[in-house]
Design a protein around this ligand. Structure first.
Ligand code: UD1
Length: 417
């Protein structure tokens, strides 16, 4: 077990460099199985979610090497075996092995994925997509066997816009015969990153980044080199840190357009920030105005930044509201923010934040990845010492978060307990 200890109240000054996007990387790594040749992935973040995917790749017989941010995957000797539950439940993105193995071998056996418990998170749309391509899904408890004699292009309408289902169906469809159309597809930048990657390997995908994606099946996928895009959620988290405690803090290696909804809200609050091509600078401002935020699919306000921005809303002068429309259980940070001294009430899928509150460090728990990020942000502002337990959740998704914050002046450390 690990815990993070923060001494709050220190200004953040200097530069934070954003790593490769977790949610792209966790799809690109399983997707590389679809290639018959060597795949090179660059800008891969050093997070434990990637370690878990490597464990699955290695279990299947792929040769994986990692040198810094570069990862090389050779899947030529892969054997299509049932993936044990003990590994698949380590993370949500293990479900991308469903699409990748089905797409390549027409069969996959694995268990329901893990990940943060922020809602029911069913995978019915993924399965509906596989069935539309001609596969049969056999579910026994949490185990799924998905099998097809032949995968044929199909027309799929996603009843709910889903990042995971959009990517998984693309993976299963790239080698199917004929044309697959995904309607009401998710438009997140990570989807464009994965489609570009597959196209570099020889796939024929158009429309990624719009609500209709068209995939023309190909027989073979070859080698390629691909860079993971910068992590917009990590970027957003540090931008919020800058709004809380920054002194001309520079956040570099970002694509500002990917966090436009966040930047718009920050400007509305009165935060002082300047954006450039691939970086921005941000400083702490006093007397921030309260705002109303509703989470939406991209390009709306990201649900993954909902918990982090709550840390900032507790400092605003007046009542802010935050409505969560994607997940049913993404307010577990509220109990702990209130323990630190915030004044937040939960009203169904909405929270009401009455600020400003003076936070004082206490012992809190990172119930999930982004709740943990929120507590770190509040710990940076709180008076005295904040101890965050169960931080394994945070380490799954933020590369070197302790080192990055320490380097710009935070008093933060990770302890084994
Ligand atoms: C991905 C991200 C996660 C982010 C989320 C929304 C990864 C590994 N995770 O999660 O960080 O918070 O997108 O931006 O990329 N749904 C169904 N049936 C399905 C699939 C989804 O009902 O088969 C629902 C979900 O319960 C949720 C909504 O659709 O309410 C969106 O989920 P989805 O976009 O699929 O999220 P994930 O891919 O799990």
């Amino acid at each position: 077990m690990k815990q993070i200890i923060i001494q709050g109240g220190n200004l953040l000054e200097g530069t934070i460099r954003i790593s490769g996007a977790k949610n792209s990387a966790v799809a690109l790594v399983p997707a590389s199985l679809l290639s018959d040749e060597l795949v090179k992935l660059d800008n891969i973040p050093n997070i434990s979610d990637i370690d878990a995917l490597n464990e699955i790749l290695t279990f299947l017989g792929a040769k994986v090497s990692r040198k810094g941010e570069l990862m090389e995957i050779d899947s030529s000797a892969v054997e299509n075996k049932s993936i044990p539950e003990s590994i698949s439940k380590k993370l949500r993105a293990s479900y991308y092995f469903m699409g990748a193995l089905l797409g390549k071998y027409k069969k996959v056996e694995m268990y329901f994925p893990g990940g943060c418990s922020i809602g029911a998170r069913p995978i019915n749309l993924h399965l509906k997509g596989f069935e539309a391509l001609g596969a049969k899904v056999i579910g026994e408890g949490s185990k799924y066997t998905i099998i097809a004699d032949e995968l044929k292009g199909g027309h799929i309408y996603l009843d709910t816009v889903s990042v995971g289902a959009t990517i998984n169906i693309m993976l299963a469809a790239v080698k199917a015969t004929g044309i697959t159309i995904i309607d009401n597809a998710a438009k997140e930048p990570e989807i464009v990153n994965v489609a570009t990657f597959l196209n570099q390997m020889g796939a024929k995908i158009s429309g990624a980044g719009t609500s209709q994606i068209r995939i023309t099946g190909v027989e073979k996928l070859g080698s390629c080199y691909m860079e993971v895009i910068p992590d917009r959620i990590e970027a957003g988290t540090y931008v919020i840190a800058g709004a809380l405690m920054g002194k001309n803090l520079k956040i570099e290696n970002i694509i500002p357009e990917h966090i436009e909804a966040l930047l718009t809200k920050l400007r509305e609050m009165g935060v002082s920030l300047d954006t450039y091509d691939d970086y921005l600078t941000i400083s702490k401002s006093d007397n921030l105005k309260p705002v109303d935020i509703t989470t939406q699919v991209y390009p709306g306000f990201a649900t993954d930044l909902q918990q982090p921005i709550t840390a900032l809303l507790t400092t605003c002068n007046g009542v802010s509201t935050l409505e969560e429309t994607i997940y049913e259980n993404r307010f577990q940070n509220v109990e702990y923010l209130n323990k630190l001294g915030a004044n937040i009430t939960i009203d169904g899928q909405k929270i009401i934040i009455d600020g400003p509150s003076k936070l004082v460090g206490k012992k809190v728990v990172a119930t999930d990845l982004r709740a943990g990020a929120c507590l770190i942000l509040s710990g940076l502002t709180a008076q005295g010492e904040t101890i965050i337990e169960e931080v394994e959740h945070i380490l799954r998704g933020y590369e070197n978060i302790i080192e990055k914050l320490e380097a710009v002046g935070a008093k933060i450390k990770l302890e084994e307990i």
